[in-house]
Write a protein that binds this ligand. Structure first.
Ligand code: CA
Length: 392
């Protein structure tokens, strides 16, 4: 998914553009919730990600221009409060059942060093402390930068209407009837004024929701927070190792009992997506962190609630490059490539959200991979942070 890519494609087609926020949301979400796609063109080339490097690898200009977090000082917090030590070890990374998407194969051997991981998703209260300490402005709060945007458009492309070049983010709207699941505009809307303090747009707030996961944060925002906290985002491999909770080849963080069987185990979408939610797990949308039992490592919400940003570039062919090898602490591919949107740089996400169900993305599976452009914020996307075991 990429805002800039979608705008570019619109222009290429020389159609009437930006007629409504619905049109934008249709394109923005085209891959976030899909499970397969068609392969073609070359990968988006980029430098290998470096710790504390926020936007150096961007070959594709971000919709809002790369975030400048240089004013955000690197944290030197020597504590690991709110974190748990993940012991490290070897595991088979990748798909565990017939729900697995092509990008989850092949399973391959990975060795992970011990590390600390936040027990919960970063909460509104935690993110507020960061913003108050730094004055940081999130991506969704910024007006798109036309000077950056036009660099990726054909020469002579006219500037789109100002009505659409506004600070905005993507908000979920439950439908009242069955809809075409290929038409994402049926449940996502581009809402002016939606941001982390107003997750559902103007009129919504996070008052009284200090212990809910922060959402509407871009990958840049997540990176900035982690830097300030003296932490970093997890790699996909670290995330999956931690999600498995010490179990072997398990489908879910709790084991193999189906998500809809027995006691509710995660905040997902139960019923018929996107129009009927039975609320069997107690939550229509976001849930406070720690609302469900933790996994074997004491981690909460490693399935459902919000998608979580990882540090890796996303490449749908990455696992194929690793087949038959033992990879130690993989840092992700050197190039981004999404077969569904091959010209757009993507970062990886994990864990699924309150919108996931088996009729859709089954994002709560430990091996499930997802991707998005790093400038994208959504109502169901947040993050948690990592600290190296030897962090001093
Ligand atoms: Ca739910």
């Amino acid at each position: 998914m990429s805002k800039i890519h979608n705008i570019r494609e619109h222009f290429k087609k020389k159609k009437l553009l930006f007629l409504s926020v619905k049109i934008l949301s249709f394109f923005f979400l085209a891959d976030l919730l899909n499970c397969s796609g068609n392969a073609h063109p070359a990968p988006v080339r980029t430098d290998s990600p470096q710790p504390d490097t926020i936007h150096s690898c961007m070959k594709t200009p971000a919709r809002f221009a790369p975030a400048d977090i240089s004013p955000v000082a690197s944290g030197r917090d020597s504590t690991v409060a709110g974190m748990v030590l993940i012991p490290g070890g070897e595991f088979d990374m990748g798909g565990d059942n017939d729900q697995a998407a092509p990008d989850e194969y092949p399973k391959h051997k990975v060795r992970i060093s011990p590390f600390y991981l936040d027990v919960t998703e970063v909460t509104n209260a935690q993110f507020r402390k960061f913003v108050e300490a730094t004055g940081y402005v999130t991506t969704a709060e910024k007006k798109p930068d036309w000077d950056e945007l036009k660099k990726t458009l054909p020469p002579g492309t006219p500037k789109p209407p100002d009505s659409l070049l506004v600070a905005a983010s993507l908000v979920f709207r439950q439908s009242n009837r069955p809809v075409d699941l290929n038409d994402y505009s049926q449940w996502w809307s581009w809402v002016k004024g939606a941001d982390w303090k107003h997750p559902e747009g103007p009129g919504s707030s996070i008052e009284g929701k200090d212990n809910y996961p922060v959402v509407q944060v871009s990958w840049y925002d997540a990176q900035a927070y982690c830097k300030w906290a003296g932490k970093r985002l997890p790699t996909e491999a670290e995330w999956e190792f931690a999600a498995r909770g010490g179990l072997v080849n398990n489908i879910y963080p709790w084991g193999n009992e189906h998500i809809n069987e027995g006691t509710p185990k995660a905040n997902s979408w139960e019923g018929k997506f996107p129009y009927l939610n039975t609320r069997k797990d107690g939550f229509l949308k976001l849930a406070p962190v720690r609302s469900f039992r933790p996994n074997g490592y004491g981690l909460y919400d490693m399935a459902g609630n919000v998608w979580e940003w990882c540090s890796d570039l996303y490449n749908s062919n990455y696992y194929k490059q690793l087949e038959g090898k033992l990879i130690v602490n993989p840092q992700g591919p050197e190039e981004s490539y999404d077969s569904q949107e091959p010209y757009t740089l993507k970062r990886s996400l994990r864990g699924g959200s309150f919108l996931c169900n088996d009729g859709y993305c089954s994002g709560y599976r430990a091996a499930r991979r997802m991707k998005s452009s790093p400038d994208t914020g959504l109502e169901h996307t947040g993050f948690r942070c990592v600290k190296n075991k030897h962090y001093d």
